[in-house]
Design a binder for this molecule. Structure first.
Ligand code: CP
Ligand code: NVA
Length: 301
């Protein structure tokens, strides 16, 4: 039984296999060649937090792969009235073929997987956002930037954590810059250090974004205030907006990425996110192809 809970549980080969599958599925889709790897199957989606891209891409992915999806919010399930994760997981295992869960607690998603006879996909937790990494790395590959320096400026949260894991598994050059108060959690860094290709010559931590971005081929950021966080934290991010001035320090042909939703003039200026270097809408489109690949990979193998 395979799950997709955090990148740290996957090998380099498995991740590269899913990325290749995403690119192949996208190429075929553009040529009107359908992939039907979820034929007659049902994907359940338990989302306890808002979502535009992840929810829609998973629902459309299951439909286009020949299957079907059921959206379940916590309030619609007996889970919201205290039914246990164990019972919910056991029951749904007998009715559907895969489940995608978005909730705050990573532990809750992993706990659900313990009792599940069907693949469980983490659709975002407060610690990680692994499905986004497949769409993002796929986008980076399409722009031939995978051997360049990747720079993430902003909050040491679920997105940055996931990049740290990806870089430590694939052996990427990654520089991250966070305010002192919002560094990546020490526990996450400890976990990353145990991954096969963590290399301190390639993975670097900064508190000055201008040092981190120098000569980067890929520049990315994320909201400073993630879902369920307090707006007051914004005051600690002075100097962290990725604007044109900051982008000048990266390579001339660097691409700008953001998982979205974005807050213009906070973590990124409008001229950067809406400018020529931005690939953010390719990234969001790729979530559809990436999620098809994740579903196919989980079901086929
Ligand atoms: N990038 C992303 O996960 O977006 P949603 O929150 O809209 O799903
Ligand atoms: N860090 C953001 C990502 C949204 C896709 C959040 O958790 O709200």
């Amino acid at each position: 039984m395979k799950h997709f809970l955090s990148l740290k549980y996957l090998s380099k080969n498995e991740i590269l296999e899913i990325i290749s599958l995403s690119l192949e599925i996208k190429k075929n889709f553009k040529k009107n060649i359908p992939t039907k790897s979820f034929e007659g199957k049902t994907l359940g989606l338990i989302f306890n937090k808002p979502s535009t891209r992840t929810r829609v891409s998973f629902e459309v992915a299951s439909f286009q792969l020949g299957g079907h999806s059921i959206f379940l919010s916590k309030d619609d399930l007996q889970l919201g009235r205290g039914e246990s994760i164990e019972d919910t997981s056991r029951v749904l295992s007998t009715m559907i073929d895969a489940i995608s869960i978005r909730t705050n607690s990573q532990e809750e998603i992993e706990d659900y997987a313990k009792y599940s006879d069907i693949p469980v996909i983490n659709a975002l937790s407060d610690k990680t956002h692994p499905t986004q990494m497949i769409a993002d790395f796929m986008t980076i590959k399409e722009h031939n930037k995978e051997n360049g320096k990747i720079c993430f400026i902003g909050d040491g949260n679920n997105m940055m954590n996931s990049w740290l894991f990806l870089a430590s598994i694939l052996g990427l050059n990654l520089s991250v810059a966070t305010p002192d108060k919002y560094k990546i959690d020490e526990e996450i860094i400890k976990e990353a250090k145990k991954l096969p290709l963590f290399d301190e010559n390639k993975i670097k931590f900064f508190t000055n974004p201008r040092d981190a971005i120098k000569d980067a081929s890929v520049v990315m950021t994320d909201t400073w205030v993630s879902m369920d966080q307090e707006k007051e934290k914004i005051k600690y991010f002075d100097g962290f907006c990725v604007d044109e001035d900051m982008m000048k320090l990266a390579k001339n042909d660097a691409i700008f990425m953001h998982c979205l939703p974005a807050y213009r003039e906070y973590e990124v200026s409008a001229d950067v996110i809406d400018g020529e270097q931005s690939v953010v809408f390719e990234q969001s489109e790729n979530k559809l192809h990436a999620n098809k690949a994740i579903l196919s990979w989980l079901i086929d193998t």
